[in-house]
Design a protein around this ligand. Sequence first.
Ligand SMILES: O=P(O)(O)OC[C@H]1O[C@H](OP(=O)(O)OP(=O)(O)O)[C@H](O)[C@@H]1O
Ligand code: HPA
Ligand SMILES: [Mg+2]
Length: 175
Amino acid sequence: MGESVRVMISEAEVTKRIEEMGREISEDYAGKQIHLICILKGGVFFMCELAKRISVPVSMDFMSVGSYGDGTTSSGVVRIVKDLDESLEGKDVLVVEDIIDSGRTLYYLLDVLKKRHPNSMKLCTLLDKPDRRVRDVRVDYVGFEIPDEFVVGYGLDYAQKYRNLPYIGIVEGVE
Ligand SMILES: O=P(O)(O)OC[C@H]1O[C@H](OP(=O)(O)OP(=O)(O)O)[C@H](O)[C@@H]1O
Ligand code: HPA
Ligand SMILES: [Mg+2]
């Protein structure tokens, strides 16, 4: 059987939820500036859509942390592929992710970022897959809680494919 993608969360549903999250975040950070940190590559679509719906001033930086390679399970070894350009000293940092799955990526990353003395640090993810958690990570903003399925689209890949799908889908017909 060939590989195919079935829609799990439609483009309209994702857009509506991101609008709500943008409003909630803007209220919570009223009077402040948010330093958004995008975790590449998966976080990029969500971060762009979210940033457009935040009404307080934002600055942005990008970091790439890899552990999945081309498979559907994490290797468990997290490494920084590209570090941030700017210091976090005194900033109100909001880390933006596409998905929290085992929690390994964020567990490692939050530990690294906390040591850089931000004024505050919160975590925002489009998708949360709690059934697969092996590391405890406190998430402040969650778009959707999803079941234990390997998903693609909206930044999420399977072997680097499908990131550009405008919805969240389930890959079928793969190991
Ligand atoms: O909670 P975890 O089990 O650690 O999984 C979540 C992480 O894995 C994916 O990134 P990946 O390492 O595949 O890099 P990518 O964003 O470039 O695809 C995803 O974008 C998250 O960053
Ligand atoms: O379900 C997933 N899909 C794509 N990439 C991922 N990285 C962690 N979990 C996933
Ligand atoms: Mg990936």
